[in-house]
Design a protein around this ligand. Structure first.
Ligand SMILES: Nc1ncnc2c1ncn2[C@@H]1O[C@H](COP(=O)(O)OP(=O)(O)OP(=O)(O)O)[C@@H](O)[C@H]1O
Length: 328
């Protein structure tokens, strides 16, 4: 059974003057799932999310949230939406609990303030001034405010940017707790690792469109695997091989590359072609130094979207664990 789409965007467009930042984007977020929206810098993520949040009207296409037009019918749904902004903009002189009470005062049926602070593990910091909170605690306060109204749909905009790894993991746990409560989440993030950890599905945006969408496994499966090695003889001396000397691969994607003795192959049939490479090496008495055979990563899929789709934007600095191999 397919669960109900709480967010549905079809052919959405948004223009700033003559520049079209969102150029026919399609996106569905179903009840109870977390969809991570990734993209290159300037891809149009913020412009699209603002349409979904009802902060601006679409210049074309259709945007529906909880079955309503989020711009024209904003009042009917705004109470069901929670938005975690980059900067909530509260006075640094207020304490945590004062801030939370003030925010709760603007909502029709808020969670008890103590509960909201508890959800984000800030109860013990209730009487601390906002100015004295760490960066991670401030982000948690932003999250507490976003979930204060028990939103059905929660928008998380780079919720862990600037946080240390421990705080980031703590935030992920909080988000998992909200998902377990049934909250539906649209997350924008520059951290691929964050998307892999949290997302049921990922949508990658580039140049105003969603160009790839699916589970991590689906997105990664569409990218070829890699086999790399440096051929050596039995004494450990480098052996130069020309691309034409390499074995024919049944799942080959593109031509083999040989760069300073390192051989790079791309394949859609990793196991079969790895066996072919090993048999080829054995028959020639070669050792394969630095042998590395692996399925594609989300990062490779992301970079391939960023690199092969028309447009000028380069990839974001995607994740702290971005492999040197790809970044090089
Ligand atoms: N108010 C505006 N006026 C004119 N152009 C704008 C405006 N806001 C955004 N843009 C442009 O629209 C494009 C998309 O911007 P947007 O902020 O939506 O991208 P993004 O994917 O959120 O980028 P980032 O990851 O860098 O935050 C960019 O080229 C940006 O310069």
């Amino acid at each position: 059974m397919t669960s109900q789409a709480l967010i549905s965007v079809s052919g959405a467009r948004r223009r700033y003057g003559s520049f079209e930042a969102v150029r026919g984007a399609d996106l569905v977020v179903r009840r109870g799932e977390l969809v991570a929206l990734l993209g290159t810098n300037g891809a149009g993520k913020t412009s699209l999310v603002e349409l979904i949040e009802g902060l601006a009207p679409a210049d074309g296409g259709e945007v529906r949230v909880l079955g309503k037009d989020p711009y024209a019918q904003r009042r009917e749904i705004v109470g069901q939406l929670g938005v975690m902004l980059q900067e909530a903009g509260f006075s640094p002189d207020l304490t945590v609990v004062e801030t939370a009470r003030m925010w709760a005062g603007t909502l029709t049926s808020p969670r008890p303030v103590a509960e909201a602070l508890d959800v984000v593990n800030l109860a013990h910091r209730a009487d601390v001034r906002v100015a004295s909170l760490s960066g991670g605690e401030r982000r948690r306060l932003d999250l507490a405010l976003a979930v204060m109204g028990r939103p059905q749909v929660l928008f998380l905009d780079e919720p862990t940017t600037g946080l240390d790894p421990e705080s980031r993991r703590a935030t992920w746990d909080l988000v998992r707790g909200l998902l377990a409560e049934g909250t539906t989440v649209l997350l924008t993030t520059h951290y691929l690792e964050e998307a892999e950890e949290l997302a049921d599905r990922i949508a990658i945006m580039h140049a105003g469109r969603i160009v790839t969408e699916g589970t991590v496994a689906e997105i990664v499966a569409a990218e070829p695997a890699r086999i790399e090695f440096v051929p050596q003889d039995a004494e450990g001396r480098l052996v130069e091989v020309a691309p034409a000397d390499l074995p024919a691969l049944s799942g080959a994607v593109g031509a083999p590359e040989v760069e300073r003795s390192r051989v790079r192959l791309r394949t859609d049939r990793l196991q079969d072609d790895l066996e072919a490479v090993l048999a080829w090496a054995r028959a020639r008495g070669l050792r394969l130094a630095d042998l590395d055979a692996r399925s594609a990563s989300l990062e490779q899929a992301f970079l391939s979207v960023a690199g092969t789709t028309a447009g000028t934007a380069g990839p974001d600095t995607p994740s702290p664990d971005a492999s040197e191999e790809v970044a090089a």
